[in-house]
Design a protein around this ligand. Structure first.
Ligand code: NAP
Length: 317
């Protein structure tokens, strides 16, 4: 049986499956391992089932034992892993696409609704009490007829588009490549971000964090939006330059923000705490029991397939 280091505690059903499939090392206290600890614990192992909280950078990967042949990431995003460094060492890297798209799209829609309809202020007022209904109390932005820009119209972006369309939003998007008409379903393609942002009353960020997308929302690009636009991010914190966005929020260039992810998680840039309209969640995208089990099953199957066949369908490097 292959020996696998599983860096974070999984849901019981998933650990049971792992125990039937491999000789696993579990993290029963769900301790956040340092990089040296991952290196140390992976001695004698054939593979690692990692999570997005493990920073598998070049330095870490170069020090992994030669026995490690696969890093199976328990996430669809793999910005935490240096793919080239892994490839150079002959280590296969895999992810868990598709199975988390529905759950993450739900949170993407929650961010849009929460930011547009001033949920953060509403929840706070309801808790404090003493609020007074009036015709203009906590007036928000209605989604019906509003233009939604999707940056990254992939698996999650397309699901968000489908739900948003049913709410009466008009969909625009930007990818590096235009989708076929059957996937666009009437969404308007923009070949660059300036063009997309200029028509986005609301933006939903759904692209991966890469060198190309890092700080795509910045001092310059924030000016491309219509005044009073709303920016939401269900993808990765690295895509937003927080200082530039906070400044735009303070100037009311951007009216509200909805974030499930942010730089330096779990420590939110304190500038957001001063923004009443900021609707912020602690990285809940895939957090449903069914989805977490499906992700872990896929991460386990990726390792199993790899050792049985020498290949697996979710290889990303
Ligand atoms: P996906 O199917 O690969 O979609 C990514 C989309 O982004 C593609 O349409 C791609 O189109 C576009 N894209 C990639 N690079 C781009 C660039 N430089 N400029 C513009 N568009 C670009 O991925 P997915 O499954 O939808 O997941 C998307 C991301 O969501 C993941 O990478 C992950 O970081 C994040 N996520 C977050 C959570 C959460 O808990 N909040 C959960 C799951 C996923 P082109 O290749 O044509 O450019």
């Amino acid at each position: 049986m292959k020996k696998i280091l599983i860096t974070r505690k999984l849901i019981k059903e998933s650990e049971d499956k792992a125990a039937k499939t491999f000789d696993p090392i579990f993290n029963s206290n769900d301790e956040l391992y340092s990089q040296p600890k991952v290196i140390e614990m992976s001695k004698g192992c054939d593979g690692i089932l990692s999570s997005l909280t493990d920073k598998m950078d070049q330095e870490t990967i170069n020090q992994l034992p030669d026995t490690i042949k696969i890093i199976s990431n328990f996430a669809v995003g793999f910005g935490n892993i240096d793919l080239d460094a892994a490839k150079k060492r002959g280590i296969t890297v895999t992810n868990t696409p598709e199975v988390l798209s529905d759950a993450t799209a739900e949170i993407g829609i929650l961010l849009i609704l929460g930011a547009c309809r001033r949920a953060a202020e509403g929840i706070e007022s309801a808790k404090v009490g003493g609020w007074k209904w009036s015709a203009d109390y906590l007036i928000g932005k209605q989604l019906t007829g509003t233009r939604l820009g999707i940056l990254g119209m992939g698996r999650i972006g397309q699901k968000i588009a489908k739900i948003a369309r049913s709410l009466g939003m008009i969909i625009h998007y930007h990818n590096r490549s235009k989708l076929s008409e059957d996937k666009e379903l009437g969404a308007v393609y923009h070949k660059d971000i300036k063009s997309l942002f200029s028509v986005s009353d609301v933006l939903s960020i759904c692209c991966p964090a890469t060198k190309e997308t890092e700080n795509m929302i910045n001092k310059e690009t924030v000016e491309f939006f219509p005044k009073g636009a709303i920016i939401t991010n269900v993808a990765r914190g690295d895509i937003i330059d927080d200082e530039a966005l906070i400044d735009a929020l303070n100037r009311r260039k951007i009216y509200a923000v909805g974030l499930d992810v942010y730089k330096n998680e779990p420590n939110l840039n304190p500038g957001y705490l001063q923004i009443k309209s900021a609707f912020i969640l602690p990285h809940l995208g895939s957090a449903t029991k069914d989805t977490r089990i499906a992700m872990a099953n896929l991460a386990i199957d990726n390792i199993d397939d790899f050792f049985k066949t020498g290949n697996c369908k979710n290889k990303v490097n």
